[in-house]
Design a protein around this ligand. Structure first.
Ligand SMILES: C[S@@+](CC[C@H](N)C(=O)[O-])C[C@H]1O[C@@H](n2cnc3c(N)ncnc32)[C@H](O)[C@@H]1O
Length: 228
């Protein structure tokens, strides 16, 4: 099935509110589990802290899960959509104990003003498929990660046929509002296949450092450490 890109930013209030209210517990827990399992410095970061950045943070559910699981960590949460960041701010307002360790930043990636090689950990979930120029994500990873930084990028993977798209929408978005079913449908069609992500890593000269894995019936994940 051919890739059909969707708009980059989720910048209508309707879209952001529907997304923030949706239940992404399964995939967001999977993301945190992958981080626990594969990040070699996970234990040290729990004791001593670290600096993380979440690219395309949306309503920041993963940021909050991360800050709860790594109680000394700080996280910069970046999104280009003011509507999404407003949802993230609501969530942060409801968790004042985490606020001092989270910073919301509105920026459209790639953005050189976010810093140079200053983060220990680069996180991103469900951003890659939004990008019209996916090399922008890999450029940002290189720009923002310090030497040896750990990278975890998770996203949907594009099914081979339209009928698979409909089966996945039926399985995982049944009962959700129409706007969300359509988002999920469009996202699956806009997602990349694992081989395409592998080619992106080769083009960015990150293929020796980061690997692509299929981690569920609808997700792929890329993880590894930047060269020291
Ligand atoms: C599907 S949401 C994922 C949100 C969140 N990471 C999560 O897992 O729930 C994708 C987010 O990426 C943001 N986004 C898309 N393209 C972007 C870009 N070039 N720069 C910054 N944010 C972007 C969108 O506005 C949206 O909030």
């Amino acid at each position: 099935m051919q890739r059909r890109p969707e708009p980059e930013l989720m910048d209508t209030a309707e879209q952001a509110i529907a997304y923030a209210r949706a239940d992404f517990r399964d995939s967001n827990n999977l993301f945190i589990r992958l981080l626990e399992q594969h990040w070699p410095d996970s234990g040290a970061a729990k004791r001593n802290g670290c600096t993380a950045i979440d690219l395309g943070c949306g309503p920041a559910d993963i940021v909050l899960r991360f800050l709860r699981a790594w109680p000394q960590a700080h996280c910069t949460a970046v999104d280009g959509s003011a509507a999404m960041l407003a949802e993230a701010q609501h969530l942060l307002d409801a968790t004042p104990e985490l606020q001092p360790r989270a910073q919301l930043v509105q920026a459209t990636l790639p953005d050189p003003s976010l810093g140079q090689q200053c983060f220990d950990l680069i996180l991103s979930n469900s951003l890659l498929h939004h990008l019209h120029q996916p090399e922008g994500l890999w450029h940002s990873v290189r720009q923002l990660g310090r030497p040896g930084a750990f990278v975890l990028i998770m996203d949907l993977l594009r099914p081979p046929e339209p009928s698979w798209v409909e089966a996945l929408v039926k399985t995982y978005a049944a009962g959700e509002p129409e706007v969300l079913c359509n988002d999920f449908r469009h996202s699956l069609r806009a997602a990349f296949e694992p081989a395409e992500v592998q080619a992106q890593l080769r083009a960015a000269e990150l293929d020796g450092a980061l690997d692509v894995h299929v981690v569920s019936d609808r997700h792929l994940a890329v993880w590894g450490q930047l060269p020291a």
